[in-house]
Ligand binder design. Structure first.
Ligand code: GLN
Length: 208
């Protein structure tokens, strides 16, 4: 049990500062991560929202793709929001519109870090101007629903047996956990309500 765990924020693109603020408020010591060597000594890592295709390309460019995959596989606790959720998916669907029927194969259109046994549909809730807020009950977060901010948000199409569904919205999965990996389609870092980050810090503390 660590009093103030050191948690990194992947700082390649996206709402890095907001994650830093939320984690600090939730009791963590926070470090930006841009290089593989900055993964050393971390008790956990958050993956911000932003644009997952950009984060993916920059991760390759900065030499972080393989080290991060390995760190997650070896059990580094991670929390991804929105684009960060996409980066944690073992499989993502091609963003092309149209129903994905039982006969179709999921297409991995971009590289992810993986870590959560789930298939994710990018931009599933619609375009930028279809962004919305909604109250979401999240298992493990006490004190009533959180305000979910959904911005070109993905949803989770399906999960494997080891992945726990923590929240749904409109019949779609929007929060999941597999072991020490947590992901939400929405952005708690944008609301000033730090309860989901507190859940993650708690997960990190009980791991370390
Ligand atoms: N649609 C974005 C993506 O595919 C995610 C949007 C977000 O993080 N707010 O990466």
């Amino acid at each position: 049990m660590t009093a103030q765990p050191v948690i990194g924020v992947l700082a390649l693109q996206g709402d890095v500062r907001e994650h830093q603020a939320a984690l600090t408020a939730a009791g963590a010591a926070v470090r930006p991560v841009r290089r593989p060597e900055e993964l050393a000594g971390l008790a956990g890592l958050t993956l911000p929202g932003g644009e997952s295709t950009t984060i993916s390309k920059l991760a390759v460019l900065f030499g972080l793709m393989d080290p991060l995959r390995a760190a997650i596989r070896e059990g580094l606790p991670v929390y991804g929001t929105c684009a960060g959720l996409i980066m944690l998916a073992d499989k993502i669907l091609d963003p092309s519109p149209g129903p994905w029927g039982p006969g179709e194969t999921p297409i991995s259109g971009q590289e992810t870090f993986g870590g959560i046994d789930m298939i994710v549909r990018r931009n599933a809730f619609g375009r930028q101007n279809e962004s919305f807020e909604a109250l979401v009950d999240v298992t493990g977060v006490p004190g009533g629903p959180v305000e979910g901010v959904f911005i070109r948000a993905p949803w989770v199409e399906s999960v494997g047996a080891g992945t726990e569904v923590l929240a749904e919205h409109g019949g779609h999965i929007v929060a999941v956990r597999q072991g020490t990996a947590l992901a939400t389609s929405f952005h708690p870092e944008l609301t000033g309500d730090h309860r989901v980050h507190e859940l993650f810090v708690h997960m990190v503390r009980t791991e370390s």
